[in-house]
Design a protein around this ligand. Structure first.
Ligand code: ADP
Ligand code: ADP
Length: 225
């Protein structure tokens, strides 16, 4: 009952005439529902490459990626995009919220794109924002929010369509430690009881230690930290 499974995933990049750099050398990962897993590694180790492959934004050279038990190998771009939209949520170091829309609209729009009615989308945005303590900020645009508030909205947006898996690349990398704690606590509240699984790349070892498991990307493989 893994919701995300990587087995034997490899990836190399061409580096000019000099040949290629082998970034992933056989990554294995089994993420279960409700599990929040930290991904730690020095920069350049391949975290973003791994998250892009897990997020169906890039394909491995070899190995398998399964989302919700479905093998993704050989699937069309259209199919992969459909799975990405339905089952995966993304959060980045910088929030990437749409600046001209309010916090609520940023959470409503991806739902409308997914065929949800406006009434339902508004109700869900309201409830997500309430759970992260932002009921009073619904009508604010991103520029009027603090960094921690922006990231809490970004988490709400990532979860707007109830994905099975959240993939986060340094989601607190731009925040001070106290704010990081708040944002992380908000994520745990959002995830509680939903069965959401999360893979969260972070340099913050205090946060990593509070997750269910810590994996280190080392020599192109994932090892328990
Ligand atoms: P991290 O996220 O851990 O910093 P990345 O996955 O971004 O690591 O990168 C891992 C290695 O692969 C780095 O050496 C980087 O320079 C290289 N790399 C990443 N993306 C590309 C690319 N598109 N083309 C060539 N090399 C790349
Ligand atoms: P759409 O056509 O709806 O924009 P995409 O396939 O482009 O759908 O993107 C689906 C999801 O993947 C979105 O959540 C988007 O933020 C994310 N995404 C798309 N491209 C990238 C990228 N290059 N790096 C990271 N995330 C991306």
């Amino acid at each position: 009952e893994a919701i995300l499974e990587l087995s034997g995933v490899t990836k190399a990049y061409k580096r000019g005439e000099a040949g290629e750099v082998q970034v992933l050398r056989g990554v294995d990962l089994v993420l279960k529902p409700g599990e929040v897993v930290a991904l730690v590694a020095p920069s350049g180790a391949g975290k973003s490459t791994l998250l892009h492959i897990a997020g169906l934004l890039d394909t491995p050279d070899a190995g398998e990626v399964r989302v919700g038990g479905q093998a993704m190998q050989g699937r069309s771009d259209r199919r992969r995009t459909a799975v990405r939209r339905a089952d995966l949520g993304f959060v980045y170091q910088f929030h990437h919220l749409l600046p001209e829309f309010t916090a609520a609209e940023n959470i409503i729009l991806p739902q409308l794109a997914n065929g949800v009615s406006r009434t339902e989308a508004e109700a869900r945005a309201e409830s997500l924002l309430a759970r992260v303590g932002l009921s009073q900020r619904m009508e604010h645009r991103p520029a009027a929010l603090s960094g921690g508030e922006q990231q809490r909205v970004a988490f709400c947006r990532a979860l707007a369509n109830s994905p099975r898996v959240l993939l986060a690349d340094e989601p607190t990398g731009n925040l001070d430690p106290g704010t990081s704690d708040q944002v992380f606590a908000a994520l745990m509240d959002l995830a509680a009881g939903t069965g959401l699984g999360a893979l969260i790349a972070t340099h913050n070892l205090d946060l990593a230690a509070r997750m269910d498991r810590v994996l280190r990307l080392e020599g192109g493989r994932l090892v328990p930290a």
